[in-house]
Design a protein around this ligand. Structure first.
Ligand code: ARG
Length: 556
């Protein structure tokens, strides 16, 4: 029985016939008052017409005392619980034996689509693409660990007016060698050149771009083949970045995939009385919900982002029947998602639709923009992370692989350790700090655990039964038991930062345990039980970092 279950059983037997609140036991805010507390006696007191303290006392008397060393009624009717050594030992043993360090399989049988990264094709990924990729991937990993059937979908920006400009640019602005060995860099170059010419006075270039676009939209074989090539090259380049970041998608369905479905969507919107004409355009009015007006067909007959996301959601629902669909994008798209979710619900979509908006990232104190000259390519950022990490590890005999693990981990952790909703600043010093809340700090803590375990093994010492007794051991033990809960909370809030916070806090608690408590030098029995704690901490740290997409090398 979990503590929650135990306390709920006590509520039920203390107040037969009274509908009990679903009681929750939470870690004590102050260890002086015990290990855990429960504040729900206050609620049942009202229903039972009792004084809160008396109600709490009645629950206290009904508790299974074998699990607790001390049960106290405090303040207006709080229950302060100090768990027994045997409860602690058996809970640790259960956690240790459970697969995935006890992460509950609450998502079994449930499907969820996660739409993240989703860069625009024919451009190189830059520093601004980190957040959606890294936050989305951590959410992806966390939900998979909970047993969900996750469909990770990369909703590429692979359709639209830019392809007219690109096709024209490809034909006229590239050398034949560049055309033959086409790269994303040359696509980017010909786009810039072609777009600049399209701005020229006489408008001939612009018209030509427009004509290429129309041909593409009408299915012209040559333009379609070019477009396909641009997309394949883009995906190849994106996958090179994703491989470095350990990111994998199940599908790459860009906006183009939904292109043919858009007229049908608009037709249904009109039939359902949701869309109406307004100045030549077709709009859905959402003013009642203070969401303004969403255009679903422009006056020139073209569709837009809202229409494409509506077609996309219908397609995902039909194909995957997901319980939820999660979209990870920057917070400037909030209105778009509110509008589109509202329309989707009116069209009968019942799956939960969740937007996880993230704040802007600045780089070393400066806004990221082409003008600031710091629109750093993701490839270059990762190369520099690796180079800087190599400087740190090479004195200790670290190799390139280790430098990647630390450098890329540092970049990811900087992002993931902050609440996605907040704006963040990326700085090399903070990202790569060996002390403080950083990726390398946690990786280093893990590596130290591995070397301690290796040393123990060399001395013939092995982890044994859990028997935490000192305050520092108990503190660490209680914290380790919170791991599954931290994973669940991170998922519920769509905030990998909840897990990052937990890991950092746990590492600090471990570090004070380690400073105050002899392990290898302790008596055989204590040594065995302490090694069990150390080893469980190491496994939890590795598992948790893995959920953030960060590797945990054994040696640093
Ligand atoms: N391509 C878009 C961008 O670069 C993000 C797409 C997000 N996904 C979606 N279904 N709208 O901002």
């Amino acid at each position: 029985m979990t503590l929650d279950e135990t306390v709920n059983a006590a509520f039920a037997s203390a107040f037969p016939g009274v509908e009990a609140p679903s009681a929750r036991v939470v870690p004590a805010t102050d260890p002086r008052f015990g290990d855990y507390q429960c504040n729900d006696a206050l609620k049942i007191a009202k229903k039972a017409g009792m004084k809160p303290r008396d109600a709490a006392q009645r629950v206290a008397d009904a508790l299974d005392r074998a699990l607790f060393d001390k049960v106290e009624v405090a303040g207006p009717g709080f229950l302060n619980l100090t768990v027994s050594a045997s409860w602690l030992a058996s809970s640790l043993a259960a956690l240790d034996a459970a697969p995935k360090c006890g992460i509950p399989q609450s998502g079994a049988g449930k499907r969820i689509v996660i739409d993240y990264s989703s860069p625009n094709a024919a451009k190189q990924m830059h520093i601004g693409h980190i957040r959606s990729t890294v936050i989305g991937n951590a959410i992806d990993r966390i939900f998979r660990a909970l047993g969900y059937d996750v469909v990770a979908d990369n909703h590429l920006g692979d359709w639209g007016t830019q392809f007219g400009i690109l096709i024209k640019g490809y034909r006229e602005c590239l050398t034949s060698a560049e055309r033959e060995n086409l790269t994303v860099a040359s696509l980017e170059k010909c786009y810039v050149l072609s777009a600049a010419k399209a701005k020229e006075e006489d408008g001939a270039w612009k018209d030509a771009c427009r004509a290429e676009l129309v041909k593409l939209q009408q299915g012209d074989a040559e333009n379609l083949a070019l477009w396909r090539r641009f997309i394949d090259i883009s995906i190849g380049e994106f996958e090179r970045m994703y491989a470095k970041l350990g990111v994998k998608f199940d599908t790459y369905r860009g906006e183009s995939y939904y292109n043919d479905m858009m007229p049908g969507v608009v037709e249904r919107l009109v039939k359902a009385g949701l869309a109406e004409e307004s100045e030549g355009a077709l709009v859905v009015k959402l003013e009642d919900e203070k969401l303004g007006v969403a255009i679903v067909r422009k006056s020139d007959g073209g569709y837009n982002y809202t229409t494409s996301d509506l077609a996309c959601v219908e397609s995902r629902v039909a194909e995957y029947a997901p319980e939820r669909i999660v979209y990870v994008t920057d917070d400037r798209q909030q209105l778009h998602f509110r509008q589109f979710f509202s329309i989707a619900r009116k069209m009968g979509v019942t799956a939960a639709l969740v937007h996880v908006p993230f704040g802007l990232m600045s780089f070393q104190g400066k806004a990221i923009s082409t003008r600031e000259g710091n629109l750093i390519r993701l490839d270059d950022l990762l190369a520099e992370a690796k180079r800087r990490a190599l400087d740190i590890v090479k004195d200790r005999g670290g190799d390139e692989r280790l430098a990647e693990q630390i450098g890329y981990g540092a970049v990811k952790y900087t992002d993931l350790s902050h609440d996605p909703a907040t704006a963040i600043d990326f700085s090399w010093d903070k990202a790569l700090a060996l002390e403080g809340n950083s990726g390398p700090y946690l990786q280093y803590a893990h590596a130290r655990v591995c070397s301690l375990m290796d040393k123990a093994a060399a001395e013939g010492a092995a982890p044994g039964a859990f028997a935490p007794s000192t305050p520092a051991e108990r503190r660490l033990a209680l914290q380790l038991l919170e791991f599954p809960g931290a994973v669940v909370r991170a998922a519920e809030a769509y905030k990998p930062s909840v897990l990052a916070d937990y890991l950092f806090q746990t590492s600090q608690i471990y570090s004070s345990f380690y400073q105050s408590t002899p392990v290898l030098k302790a008596d055989a029995a204590e040594r065995a039980s302490r090694l069990a704690l150390v080893s469980l901490f190491g496994r939890i740290l590795k598992e948790g970092l893995g959920l953030l997409g960060i590797e945990a090398p054994r040696r640093i």
